[in-house]
Design a binder for this molecule. Structure first.
Ligand SMILES: Cc1cc2nc3c(=O)[nH]c(=O)nc-3n(C[C@H](O)[C@H](O)[C@H](O)COP(=O)(O)OP(=O)(O)OC[C@H]3O[C@@H](n4cnc5c(N)ncnc54)[C@H](O)[C@@H]3O)c2cc1C
Length: 294
């Protein structure tokens, strides 16, 4: 299908992009276009204006010099997945970015587009939660910072206003943490039926900090608090890992679980447990903490 007619603008600054959004409440931001354009072609979205942020200064690239890894919203999955400092200090994000789509999607889709679009089956929200990311959002009143835990509201709904832009995402640099992302891809679309992100920081053989979150199970990415609590302070052997994974759905409202043609809510809950166990094992292998426990 062809999309409805629309105007097109390509601002060069964040401020100019925000002015356009403020003047056109029906406008959409065009980043990688890999979610927006299919939606327009299928008639599900008909913006009157596309604000192409591809030429906006300062939205590209990764700054990993200090204690924080700051990633511009326009940075592609491929850049994130292959970046040495990201792999070394925010491994869970690199793993999740690597799991997105195929090479073409990873070369074009952006971290900002993924997180702002907030498809329940996308791969990055859980990694952002597990790695304790901070979203930096800019609008007419300036910049504000939002914890990943407060950012995702629901299906395709986030704390980015109509006249705001997600400009960058900041991650605490954790060279001592190992990360993993275990994904059950949909056989038809490749999106996550279930995807579990785990980041484990280990000190003296004990799990000091655990970030565990899931995509695809609820209408937005969710932190799995009971799993985190079951892991912290342990040297997890196979029994501890299995028990922690078994608690993955404990805090989730069964009635609100995703339930569709791809997988029933009941099947998703089973997938959640086994992919949580798998992701903890992979992260644990990375820290060496699970050595000999399998
Ligand atoms: C064949 C295919 C397979 C895919 N497989 C996967 C997969 O396995 N896993 C996965 O996670 N995703 C997958 N995707 C989706 C892909 O990752 C998209 O790139 C992503 O969802 C959106 O990023 P984008 O840069 O393309 O954003 P766009 O499509 O340009 O924009 C999407 C939405 O986000 C808004 N937006 C974009 N950038 C910003 C910003 N900086 N601030 C505020 N709002 C913004 C736009 O207004 C728009 O509403 C797939 C897509 C395709 C076409």
């Amino acid at each position: 299908m062809y999309p409805d007619e629309f105007d097109y603008r390509s601002p060069e600054t964040v401020e100019a992009a925000i002015d356009l959004l403020a003047d056109h409440p029906e406008a959409e931001i065009l980043a990688g276009g890999h979610s927006l354009l299919p939606t327009m072609k299928s008639g599900l979205a008909s913006p009157d204006l596309l604000v192409d942020i591809g030429s906006v200064e300062g939205l590209q690239g990764i700054d990993a010099d200090g204690d924080v890894v700051s990633i511009g919203a326009l940075t592609t999955y491929a850049t994130v997945a292959d970046h040495d400092a990201v792999r070394e200090t925010v491994e869970v994000l690199a793993e999740a970015a690597h799991a997105v789509g195929d090479v073409q999607v990873r070369n074009r889709g952006t971290i900002g587009g993924n997180l702002a679009h907030a498809d329940p089956a996308s791969d990055l929200p859980a990694a952002a939660l597990a790695a304790d990311a901070t979203m930096v959002v800019q609008g007419p009143d300036g910049e504000r910072r939002v914890d990943a835990d407060d950012f995702f509201f629901g299906m395709y709904a986030t704390d980015v206003g109509e006249d705001e832009l997600l400009t960058r995402v900041e991650f605490p640099a954790r060279p001592d943490a190992a990360g993993a992302y275990a994904k059950k891809p949909s056989p038809s679309s490749g999106y996550a039926m279930v995807g579990v992100a785990v980041s484990l920081s280990v000190d003296a053989g004990l799990v000091e900090d655990a970030g565990v979150a899931a995509n695809g199970v609820m209408d937005h990415g969710v932190r799995l608090d009971p799993v985190e609590e079951a892991l912290v302070g342990t040297t997890p052997d196979a029994d501890v890992v299995a028990e922690a994974a078994a608690s993955a759905a404990d805090d989730l409202d069964e009635m609100m679980m995703m339930d569709d043609l791809q997988a029933s809510a009941e099947f998703r809950a089973q997938l959640l447990e086994s992919y949580t166990e798998r992701a903890i094992r992979e992260a644990g292998d990375g820290t060496g903490v699970l050595a000999g426990s399998a």
